[in-house]
Design a protein around this ligand. Structure first.
Ligand code: PLP
Length: 395
């Protein structure tokens, strides 16, 4: 029987490269996996007080469904976080709990993008945006981010790509895959374009408290009048990606998103609700001790600096310094490989280190690069990058 073409067309490079890695592992070969952004795979642990809250919730039999929008106490805690941290004027009614930010992306694109409508996405971009926009018949339009300028968005390029079909613009700050963070000035310039044209902003802030140089700025703070759906969650900063919890916060001062929000809530009804015990437990991530975040940031700062220095020492590799999240996006001189994908697969086969091909984040702006996480301790990163050094010398 034939499959639906839309499913066959899905391309999620971050997990697709694990297929050949698993083959090596099935032969007893140990692979250093630098492909997936999961801190728990290394020496980061979900804080004890949050784990304890989950055990309590399950023990007390809070195991049923919740309302589709999520439980009120968590929505209140998140609205408070956004008001305090980013000065965004919202109430708990504007916050919707989803199964990870992934589900927020899916539901938001499903409820806003019609066939043929365009969405501006950063180039390179976290692939879920590109894939879900295509899945629903929309057209992702990548805007250039400039490697020679620390992967900052090219405002003129964005301006040129706005058409009467543009429905929304995506900003990911701090960025995956480049590790860039954006200044207030840059955010002001891009968000002005949103305000001047008939579109809304999708602001992905899942790495908000993982910055190493300077603070995190939310585009919604910088542009108080534009319609924004802010996406964030608990997978990264709170170290619990397997719990699958995220949220969408609608900040819509002029009511332009009313209909999209109605469609979004219908999507939420269709999938019933997000995990109830986990919703209860993450309230502790917001209201309980926060020291673990400082510790996480310090580890990442050290590992990011190491990765930056070591990778730049390798012949044929050059990279900018990541300023947030836990990814680095180096450029490779593709001498003996036809593409970055071939480079990644060859490196895996010869040296048993797994990274992701840059073209998986955008065919134009990501090609000729690879993405590596810098989550592991320095000794493991050193081992992986020594192998890369050796591999490149043979090129
Ligand atoms: N948005 C960005 C920018 C990401 O990097 C990721 C995961 O890597 C997600 C969303 C998905 O996160 P979640 O685990 O909340 O679904």
């Amino acid at each position: 029987m034939r499959a639906a073409q839309r499913a066959l067309d899905i391309d999620y490079a971050i997990r697709e490269v694990t297929v050949p890695a698993r083959e090596l592992e099935s032969k007893g070969i140990k692979v250093i996996k630098l492909n997936i952004g999961d801190p728990n795979k290394w020496d980061f642990r979900t804080p004890e007080h949050i784990r304890a809250a989950l055990c309590r919730a399950v023990e007390e039999c809070d195991n049923g469904y919740t309302q589709e929008e999520g439980i009120t106490e968590l929505r209140e805690a998140l609205a408070e976080k956004e008001r305090k941290q980013n000065g965004i004027k919202i109430t708990e009614q504007d916050v919707y709990i989803t199964n990870g930010v992934s589900e927020s992306i899916l539901d938001l694109v499903a409820s806003s993008v019609e066939k043929g409508e365009e969405v501006l996405v950063p180039g390179p971009c976290y692939p879920s945006y590109i894939e879900y926009i295509r899945y629903f018949g929309g057209v992702p339009i990548p805007y250039r981010t400039d490697e020679s300028n620390g992967w900052q968005p090219d405002v003129d390029d964005i301006r040129k790509k706005i058409t009467d079909r543009t429905k929304a613009m995506v900003i990911i700050n701090p960025n995956n895959p480049t590790g860039a963070t954006y200044s207030r000035k840059t955010l002001k310039q891009i968000t002005d374009l949103v305000g001047e044209n008939d579109m809304f902003l999708i602001s992905d802030e899942i790495y908000d408290l993982m910055t190493f140089e300077g603070e995190h700025y939310s585009p919604a703070t910088v542009a108080p009048d534009i319609p924004v759906v802010l996406l964030n969650g608990f997978s990264k900063v709170d170290l619990l990606p397997g719990w699958r919890l995220g949220y969408s916060a609608f900040r819509d001062p002029n009511g332009q998103l009313t209909e999209i929000r109605e469609g979004f809530v219908k999507q939420l009804r269709l999938r019933l609700c997000a995990n109830y015990p986990c919703q209860l437990a993450v309230i502790q991530a917001l209201r309980g001790p926060q020291e673990y975040m400082k510790e996480t940031r310090e580890k990442l700062r050290e590992r990011g600096s190491f990765a930056y220095k070591r990778l730049n020492e390798i012949e044929g590799i050059s990279t900018t310094k990541p300023k947030g999240a836990f990814y680095i996006f180096p450029k490779v001189e593709l001498t003996r490989w036809k593409s970055d994908k071939e480079f990644v697969l060859d490196f895996l086969k010869e040296k048993h280190v797994l990274v992701v091909n840059g073209s998986g984040f955008d065919k134009t702006y990501g090609a000729g690069h690879f993405r590596s996480v810098f989550l592991p301790p320095v000794e493991i990163l050193e081992d992986a990058f020594d192998r890369l050094d050796d591999f490149m010398r043979k090129a």
